[in-house]
Write a protein that binds this ligand. Structure first.
Ligand SMILES: [Mg+2]
Length: 193
C-alpha cells in the first residue's frame, strides 16, 4: 500500500497525526459501505482544524475487514473516506489514507495493531515519529502507534486513561487537539522563559 500523496499539502515538517476513522472521526456503523452513513462524531471537525493550525499533517489509518470478508468493496470504502473528508471540511483531503483490508483471521500486514502503514509514511513523508501521534478509539490503535515510536492517545467516552494501555484518553478529538495546543504553548513558553 503506497501512501497517497496529495497536492497542496504543506512541505515536510516532520509532524503528523494519524487518525483512526470509525469511532474516532465518524460514528462506527460497522462495515460501512454507503457514504450516506458517514456521520461525524462531536468534536471531530473542530479537532481536525485545530490540529492543522498546529502544523500537523493529517493521515487516515483505518481497519476495514469488511473488504477482506467480501461484504463491502474497496471502492465503497474509498467513497466513505472521501465523504469523511468532505464532512470534515478538508478540501484537499488527508495527506495519506491507509486502508487495511485484512480479516482478523488472516495474517496482518497493514491491519492495526500492525504499525506498517505508519512506518511507511514516516519514510515516505520524512516524518519524525517522536513528533507524530496515533489517535484512535481502540487499544489496537494505541498499540500500532507505540510500535511505530509515536505518541498515542485514545478517544474514550469516560476516563482520562485507556485502561488497557495506559495511554492518555480524551472524550473527543477536539479535546485531544486542545491538549496538544496547551502542551505546545507551554513548551514554547518554557523555551523562552
Ligand atoms: Mg475505530
Amino acid at each position: 500500500m503506497v501512501p497517497r500523496p496529495r497536492a497542496g499539502e504543506p512541505g515536510p515538517g516532520g509532524r503528523a497525526v494519524f487518525l483512526d476513522r470509525d469511532g474516532t472521526l465518524i460514528v462506527d456503523r460497522h462495515y460501512l459501505g454507503d457514504p450516506e452513513g458517514v456521520e461525524l462524531l462531536p468534536g471531530a471537525r473542530e479537532g481536525i482544524h485545530r490540529l492543522r493550525e498546529l502544523g500537523y499533517r493529517l493521515f487516515l489509518f483505518t481497519n476495514q475487514s469488511g473488504i477482506g470478508r467480501g461484504w463491502i468493496t474497496r471502492e465503497q470504502v474509498d467513497a466513505c473516506n472521501r465523504r469523511t473528508e468532505e464532512r470534515l471540511g478538508l478540501a484537499e483531503g488527508f495527506a495519506g489514507i491507509g486502508v487495511a483490508p485484512e480479516r482478523p483471521d488472516e495474517p496482518a500486514v497493514y491491519r492495526k495493531p500492525s504499525p506498517r502503514y505508519l512506518r511507511e509514511c514516516v519514510d515516505r513523508f520524512h516524518l519524525d515519529p517522536a513528533a507524530c501521534w496515533m489517535v484512535g478509539d481502540q487499544p489496537r490503535d494505541v498499540e500500532a502507534g507505540r510500535a511505530a515510536g509515536m505518541g498515542v492517545a485514545r478517544i474514550l467516552a469516560e476516563g482520562d486513561r485507556c485502561p488497557e494501555t495506559g495511554a492518555p484518553a480524551f472524550p473527543d478529538l477536539a479535546a485531544f487537539a486542545r491538549w496538544r495546543a496547551e502542551e505546545e504553548t507551554g513548551r514554547t513558553g518554557g523555551d523562552h522563559g
